[in-house]
Design a protein around this ligand. Structure first.
Ligand code: PLP
Length: 371
């Protein structure tokens, strides 16, 4: 948070317009549309709400099948359950870690039932491969939702992340690249979807002086205070992306010659934000496994986290169908997200990398001691 955030937040506060809606809400949406060239946008209380409404706009419901990346945060899948549909998990492509188009091709060709939608997730700030995905979806008449919750500011060829599908969802949760303290955005080039989503998000109020409702709605609207924060954060987006990319480059420089450590590949079709810097650790070569490294970092006060646990391995989704799974399982087993905050300095990067390398010696020393 910077001075601009404070200024706009106080402006909203002093205006007395706290909620619902308000001038900062409209301005946030307009500035977001302009920044991303995304057609239309409605700001919401969370990214999960954006995904839920995206599925509602497509009329997805009970009995429908929705394909979704297995390597994602659970909200992408929760939204599918909210509308009563059945998720089918799709494994990652090892060259991008995002959803593997080849698996879909087989599934679309084979299955009799037509999926009601595909949710492609832009993992850790890297876009999925939308040329083949869009071609496949178009050919089979399947609507595409882009979950760009982790990828605001990324590019796929000439387009902004979040604008590649029929609908795009963003999150401004506290851990995302920009935050409103909690919030989200649904975007589409189809005005009628966004207007309908806006109404559903405001308790589905009909136009009338009294409270009139002709459909079930949700309380999903974003209020004026977080929208004010969002406007200031959006202005700093390019700088935030540059910092995340600089973190990634800094880690790559420092760990380039370390055998047994590799980085999430950056696909040539786009520009990742490197929202989080993720590495893979080959225990046989590096000399310590992911958990040994993570706990050594933690013992030195450095927080890191295993890669996203694939959805097909989650207890809550254990019974659900999946296409492949070995690739994301391997990523989860070996993957670690390093500290990636926008305010890391080079001394801190040095300390993370030095400590990470110590883990190797320690693990070998421990093994020696055990023997
Ligand atoms: C964070 C996240 C969400 C959910 O966003 P919230 O704003 O926390 O509801 C959905 N999908 C992915 C991939 C995310 O990372």
């Amino acid at each position: 948070m910077g001075g601009r955030e404070r200024e706009l937040l106080l402006d909203a506060f002093d205006s007395g317009w706290i909620a619902p809606g308000g001038p900062h809400v409209r301005a946030f949406e307009e500035e977001f549309i302009e920044k991303l060239d995304c057609g239309h946008a409605v700001s919401l209380s969370s990214g999960t709400a954006a995904l839920h409404l995206a599925l509602e706009m497509l009329g997805v419901g009970p009995g429908d099948e929705v394909l979704v990346s297995s390597l994602t945060f659970a909200s992408s899948v929760f939204a599918i359950r909210y509308v009563g549909a059945t998720p089918v998990f799709v494994d990652s492509d090892p060259s991008t870690w995002t959803l593997a188009p080849g698996l879909l091709e087989n599934h679309f060709g084979r299955s009799g039932a037509k999926p009601a939608a595909l949710i492609a997730v832009d993992v850790y700030g890297q876009c999925a491969d939308y040329d083949p995905l869009r071609e496949l979806c178009l050919r089979h008449g399947i609507p595409l939702i882009e979950d760009a919750s982790q990828a605001l500011g990324a590019r796929y060829r000439d387009a902004a992340a979040g604008t590649l599908g029929d609908l795009g969802a963003f999150s401004f949760n506290g851990n995302k690249i920009i935050t409103t303290g909690g919030g989200g955005m649904l975007v589409s080039r189809r005005r009628e979807w966004i207007e309908r989503a806006r109404k559903l998000a405001s308790n589905s109020r009909d136009t009338a002086p009294h409270y009139e409702h002709s459909s079930i709605g949700y309380n999903y609207a974003l209020s004026n205070l977080p929208a004010a924060l969002g406007r200031a954060q959006l202005r700093a987006l390019d700088d935030q992306v540059a910092r995340r990319r600089a973190n990634n480059a800094g880690y790559r420089d420092r760990l380039a010659d370390v055998e047994g450590i590799s980085f999430m590949p950056e696909a040539s079709y786009g520009v990742s934000t490197h929202w989080l810097t993720a590495i893979l650790i080959d225990p046989a070569v590096f000399g310590a496994d992911r958990e040994a490294v993570r706990s050594h970092l933690a013992s030195r006060g450095i927080e890191s986290r295993p890669l996203l646990k694939p959805m097909h391995l989650q207890p809550v989704f254990a019974e659900l169908p999946a296409l492949g799974g070995e690739v994301s399982e391997g990523l989860f087993a070996a993957g670690l997200c390093l500290p990636s905050g926008s305010n890391l300095d080079s001394g801190q990067l040095d300390r993370v990398c030095d400590t990470l390398l110590e883990a190797r010696g320690r693990r070998l020393a421990n093994e020696g001691a055990d023997a």
